[in-house]
Design a protein around this ligand. Sequence first.
Ligand SMILES: Cc1cc2nc3c(=O)[nH]c(=O)nc-3n(C[C@H](O)[C@H](O)[C@H](O)COP(=O)(O)OP(=O)(O)OC[C@H]3O[C@@H](n4cnc5c(N)ncnc54)[C@H](O)[C@@H]3O)c2cc1C
Length: 431
Amino acid sequence: MDQNVFDVVVVGAGFAGLSAARNCQSAGRSVLVLEARDRVGGKAERQFDAEGRAWDGGGQFFCRDMTELSELVRELGFAKARTWLKGDYRFYPPQPDEVVEAADTAAEALRERLRTLDPDDPALGNETVETWLSRWESTTLGKAAFRSMVEGLWCRPLSDIPLWFLVSNDRRNTNEENELKRFLPEGMQALAEALAARLGEGVIRLGDPVAEIRQTASDCTLTLQSGSTVRARQVIIAVPPVAARGIALTPAPSPGLARALSAWSSGSVVKMLLRYERPFWRALGASGMITAPGSGSFSCDASLEGQEEGRLIVFLGGPLAEEWAACSEEARRALVLERLTPLGPQAAHPLDITARNWIDDRYSGGGYGDVITDAEARDAERLLRTGEGRLRFASSELSMAFPCYIEGALLSGRAAAALTLSALAADDVRR
Ligand SMILES: Cc1cc2nc3c(=O)[nH]c(=O)nc-3n(C[C@H](O)[C@H](O)[C@H](O)COP(=O)(O)OP(=O)(O)OC[C@H]3O[C@@H](n4cnc5c(N)ncnc54)[C@H](O)[C@@H]3O)c2cc1C
């Protein structure tokens, strides 16, 4: 065999790519990972507050039902922190407890109704979540809380999301424990770095995006932005679908695969850290969790044990994230602090605010993941999971469990590796 040809080249060193690389390498195959950024981790990204201390600007939380990730955390020897979830859950604008409870129950009932639908039922047609919601009886606040949940988690307006897609996606999130339950004090990027280190030196090349993948009868040639080339028998494109569209494929993909790639739009999300002298909300009986019925904002308490300061994480998703991005600095601050008024007047005085805007992120698309917005593209996920010729796709979006979570990325990488290893085995026999 040509020594200059890798068995597998993985494009992208997010958790999907690292997982794919690890699984191929464990099977004894030669692997190279090509990463556009100058770091690994993808949407698991270290950010720094005003005092230079690290926080998770992207993927952060997990729970024990996310078994692949939990096992990785254990294997790589990372300490876990528990998210503070005690105390009341509040609404913005503030509402009496019984109103919050009733709206929550109504929103949960809508979600349960959604979960009884069969995503493959042709009767769902091209209906969007928006029109579906308009057809159901519920309280105004219940519907608003449901909208907040969907826009906050899928980060697109309801009118963009095909009903069948939401049904299919939501039923794959099977956790019983709260998904916010745990996080890593060292941060998720550190976990990705530790996983990358296990691959060995020289296995990952950073800072040079793949621009083109050319398939021939015998192998693939990948051309990087710098102009250098790499050859591989099999390629795993471990890049979210929207970002994957930025890689030229030669010959052009089949019309089915091209359509599958173009079916997705990126979610819009902004994540923020607000630091306070102390987590004052705890003494008021509040958990720090606030949702704003009608729009996608959510906050929670991720203060570190043993440290005095309070750390509130705020997420803005969907149209609200876009609104924030279009504002001046001052208006952005006002928009966020306004949503924390249910915690009382002290919420208006954070020590500092740092934000990570993921809208149209160059290499990850957006967050929490890409969403299918072409209602007719029902087989887009399947076509991408299968791949074509010597190409396979991996990314959290394509996972059969926990799509758009780190757990999903790990599982998707494993699944793409399994297909790649089978293709290599078949190829070995032919040679
Ligand atoms: C704000 C935010 C908060 C989140 N919170 C959570 C959370 O609390 N818990 C959770 O489980 N999940 C969370 N997620 C989702 C989670 O981070 C992602 O699902 C997961 O990290 C995706 O991994 P991935 O490998 O599929 O994709 P990515 O992480 O996007 O990795 C893709 C990689 O491919 C690289 N790439 C792109 N184009 C090219 C190219 N042309 N050539 C080479 N490399 C390329 C990118 O640079 C990137 O490193 C969050 C996401 C965001 C944005």
